[in-house]
Design a protein around this ligand. Structure first.
Ligand code: SF4
Length: 408
């Protein structure tokens, strides 16, 4: 019982309190302004879709500038469908998780070429028909743009709901996620679903934050069972709230990790320990030559069109086995370059510059950086990836990752 919302009067009160708070306290964000002022639902859906994709794994403050530039360049789905992947990657450079931009553009092309330019209008169809649109993004677009009464569950919503209903089982487990989706769908306000969903996410982003939630200012504190438990110092003895932790409840904290009173409401949510990121070492060589106006130029090559950093440009890079000595690394890189360039390169030609560490979500990447001065052009194996010489300025304006900027 303690994990449920089963009182219709309480649900109504929670909706009212949350929406009143949202109307008063919401942050002014460009995608909200667009969604609120755009009369065409499909254009509204596009504006919401772009923002939701950019906001995945990325802070609001970082997204704002990218979002504004994106919407200026491609104000409609039709405009985006005509863009090249190179242009998309260039605008996305520095935002991370590059496949997001690529998939967004592929989906825009699909809407234009296969769906007669019409966005699907329900969460179910959005998820089914658009590549890269998952359950969360589909729910956000459908509720905010088309007024469908469907819930959303993202990291912020998980935290708020787990606290409201004392859910202490692993919040990334499928059983808990399903439970939270059911709860979000049951709670969503029927007349203002988009605002309700945004309000719940806004609460998680600004009040019910991970480490030090502002419970005193919280508009739904009277509905919060984590808060009640903290105040009482023990499971709530009120009639409709039972402690179900003793009976192997799949939503309570595991018996091995019971409620910790020093944590208060931050006992919830809980996650299984994260998998350690994979460690990868890569030798990267900055080939440099004197350009026609005296400024140095650097050779960059394009990565394959699939996989990590797909289609982005980088300095020639080759994987290294773990545990190699510096001398051996240099030799491996020289051999790779020699094959690739079809001209002699010795280990002594390479100057070791240093190491650059970059953390991707699942990879702990070390670039071991060397430089190699060359005269004139180099003739690359025609079967290898596209390449070009760029000045520093051109390099920074190209579709290159943040890691490569660090390398330079
Ligand atoms: Fe979160 Fe505190 Fe509000 Fe509960 S009372 S929902 S823990 S901010």
């Amino acid at each position: 019982a303690q994990h449920l919302f089963n009182d219709p009067a309480e649900i109504e009160a929670l909706r009212g309190n949350l929406l009143a708070w949202y109307d008063k306290c919401k942050r002014s964000l460009p995608w909200r302004t667009l969604a609120a002022t755009e009369p065409d639902p499909d254009r509204r859906a596009y504006a919401v879709w772009v923002s939701e994709v950019m906001l995945q794994q990325t802070q609001v403050a970082t997204v704002m500038d990218y979002y504004n530039r994106w919407m200026q360049k491609w104000p409609t789905l039709q405009a985006l469908a005509q863009a090249s992947l190179e242009e998309v990657n260039k605008l996305w450079a520095g935002l991370g998780y590059y496949s997001r931009g690529k998939r967004l553009q592929e989906a825009a092309r699909k809407v234009v070429s296969e769906l007669a330019g019409q966005m699907p209008r329900t969460a179910e169809d959005l998820q089914k028909l658009l590549p890269g649109v998952g359950r969360y993004t589909a729910g956000a677009i459908a509720s905010i743009s088309y007024g469908q009464a469907t819930g959303v569950v993202d990291g912020n919503v998980i935290r708020v709901l787990c606290r409201l209903r004392c859910i202490g089982a692993d919040s990334s487990s499928p059983a808990v996620i399903d439970w939270l989706w059911d709860m979000a769908n049951a709670l969503v306000d029927r007349s203002r679903p988009g605002d309700f969903n945004q309000a719940l996410m806004e609460l998680g982003a600004t009040v019910c934050v991970p480490k030090a939630p502002l419970c005193r200012d919280c508009p739904v504190k009277q509905h919060c069972r984590a808060q009640l438990r903290k105040l009482l110092g023990k499971p709530a003895p009120v009639p409709d709230v039972e402690d179900c932790g003793l009976g192997g409840c799949p939503l309570c904290p595991p018996a091995t990790e019971p409620w910790d009173s020093s944590l208060g409401v931050t006992n919830f949510p809980r996650k299984a320990a994260k998998k350690q990121p994979r460690t990868v070492r890569t030798a990267t060589c900055v080939l440099e030559r004197g350009g026609c106006h005296g400024a140095p130029e650097y050779l960059i090559v394009q990565r394959p069109s699939t996989g990590l950093l797909a289609g982005l440009w980088e300095f020639p890079s080759f994987p290294l086995a773990q545990g190699l000595q510096e001398e051996k690394q240099r030799k491996v890189l020289a051999d790779h370059l020699q094959t690739w360039m079809g001209q002699p390169v010795t280990a002594e030609d390479l100057q070791f510059i240093g190491e650059v560490i970059h953390i991707f979500s699942h990879i702990h990447q070390t670039y071991v950086v060397y430089s190699l001065p060359v005269d004139g052009d180099v003739t690359l194996d025609p079967a290898s990836s596209p390449s070009r010489w760029v000045t520093e300025e051109e390099f920074c304006a190209s579709a290159v990752s943040t890691a490569m900027k660090k390398v330079l």
